[in-house]
Design a protein around this ligand. Sequence first.
Ligand SMILES: [Zn+2]
Length: 384
Amino acid sequence: MAHNQKLILELLKIEENNECADCGRKGVEYISYNIGIFVCNETCSQIHRSLGTHISKIKHIYLDYFEDSQICNLMNIGNRRSKLEYEKRIPACYRVPRYNDPPILLEQFIRAKYERKEFSGTVLPAYMSGKVEIFLMKKGKEDNRYFPRKFVLNEADDTLRYYVKEDRNPKAILRVSELNVVFATQFKKSLVHKNTLQISYLSPTNSTRNLFVYHEDAEIIVNFYHSIRCSKLNYLQIAFPHAHESDLVDILTRDFAKEGYLLKTGPKPEDKYRRRWFTLDNRKLMYSIDPLDSYAKGEIFIGYKMDGYSVRPGVAEHYRDEGFSFSLFTPERIYTLSATSSHERDDWMNEIQKVIERHLSPSDISLCSRLIRKRNTMNFLPGR
Ligand SMILES: [Zn+2]
């Protein structure tokens, strides 16, 4: 074994060097020898390559030859010191991605770190300014066509407005503090543009409304995502001045636990099974006909296990089993569902079970009462 190879193995005994410098994945296979860090074999080494060698020079730990000067750089820097420098000023609202987070966030994080040096400089990023105006491609409410729309985020009055025609009144005014935003590519990869955000909020009728927007430039859409997070954090810090910042950061945006097609039947055993797109968003299990529908067709509140909620494989008596069926028991009704495979069924049941095991938070209780209000005010259509 070459002398330099031995030195690398010595450096790998340092715990921080064995965890990817960017995504935290255990086990590293590549070195960026000019930056002086160890990175993972998965996405990060590829993202570093895409930055160009003027920013990051990547070599394989075991397959490549290292000059003395390159090893020297690694010994002097390493993952811990590099983080101290390149992640020096990450804003609290910034979502630092881990290996299992949306790839677009990871790529933009790495670009922000090494290409734009956003976290080591002193310039405040524009997404923290409290006022953002951008044009995004927005999906039509009734069809799958996208049109450019102006979006204006104003932290001062907690609003996000969008306009169909620039000079007219806004088409909608959303409360930033009440909306959620996720990268739609997590579960709808083949259905949307790679830079698509799904913005969800409550309509005045208490239904969940979804907006799908994208921008060709990944940096712009990720910055827009962070401008929403920053605005929400500032709002929460005023509303809850004694709360810990880290607790507030945890609730700025939430990814969906699971999405996908399930078969769903109505409340009566003779009702037909229909294919529906399901989304598990915290304690809310929503379903719609199409993954990109503007409104959820149904919303089921999933409460705590001691209050009559459970999920079990199979179907209740008299119901037809569609192959990979499972039943969700709520105090009001049994929902009979069927997945596309046994693996999918286990996955759905597992995610729902996690929710059932969790105690209710104050915001969960308000969600529950809102969904009950909605059910009482709308016409109940069996088998929807
Ligand atoms: Zn990584």
